[in-house]
Design a protein around this ligand. Structure first.
Ligand SMILES: [Zn+2]
Ligand SMILES: [Zn+2]
Length: 256
């Protein structure tokens, strides 16, 4: 066990049977998953369900991530009023990334990103920050921004640039210090690669997106856990899947 914080992040070796070329054109895409849209730049807003705590400035971190991702030439990520309801559930809504914080418990994760896909296209996403760990002087504002930026980046289809612990000066890395509040140039290039094509339909409009049936149960769930990676894939059939990405707080497995 290491003394200073280190984090296990999910690699998302996507187990998507039937999905081709999952890593063909992108070096750190999250699989090949992306929002469908007919033109760039597209807008997928960030639903604001966050509230500041005595330890964390989540409103600031959300505003920072919004500005950072909007700096991409292919997308806009404005902050809008959240529709997630109880942040513990953080219900996702088609066409949006809902962002939430609350005390999710000593479950080992600092941040958790989920995307819902149908036919390989993202239809909705959520990003959760776990105050159970952030309610500590261990994590400063830069660490809050690093995790917020990364979980939202996953919502746009990005994976990690690196998982070795090396500091690549991007929030999409695995730097032990969590000292990178923003993306770097490579993240913006990666987004341009992911979104270089256009689609004939759109999932960025909530009207157009297909709905996962209420109370659907996965017909298959796969989870991979290794030292540095963790991923969960739930397959609901009919082309519906949920992918979960976890930022682990290893030191939190014992005590905060
Ligand atoms: Zn991550
Ligand atoms: Zn597409």
């Amino acid at each position: 066990m290491r003394v200073r914080p280190f984090f296990l992040l999910a690699a998302l070796a996507l187990l998507a049977a039937g999905t081709t070329a999952s890593t063909a054109s992108a070096s750190h895409a999250w699989g090949n998953y992306h929002w469908a849209r007919t033109a760039n730049p597209f807008t997928v807003p960030l639903g604001d369900n966050v509230s500041n705590t005595a330890y964390s400035n989540w409103d600031g971190a959300l505003a920072g991530a919004s500005a950072d991702w909007t700096a991409s030439s292919v997308l806009n990520s404005p902050v809008v009023t959240g529709t997630a309801g109880n942040p513990r559930r953080c219900n996702a809504t088609n066409g949006r990334i809902e962002v939430c914080n609350t005390t999710y418990g000593y479950n080992g994760w600092l941040g958790l990103a989920q995307i819902w896909t149908t036919g390989g296209h993202i239809v909705k996403a959520s990003a959760k920050m776990n105050d159970t760990y952030f309610n500590s002087t261990r994590y400063n504002y830069t660490a809050e921004r690093h995790v917020m930026c990364q979980e939202i980046g996953h919502g746009y289809g990005l994976g990690h640039q690196d998982e070795s612990g090396a500091d690549l000066n991007t929030c999409m890395d695995y730097a032990d210090a969590l000292d990178n509040p923003s993306p770097n140039a490579h993240d913006y290039q990666q987004l341009e690669t992911i979104y270089a094509h256009t689609d004939s339909s759109s999932t960025v409009s909530s009207v157009a997106a297909a709905q996962l049936p209420e109370n659907a149960s996965p017909i298959a769930t796969q989870r991979l856990d290794t030292i540095r990676t963790s991923s969960i894939v739930e397959d609901f059939g009919h082309g519906f899947r949920i992918y979960t990405h976890i930022t682990w707080a290893l030191e939190g497995l014992g005590k905060p």
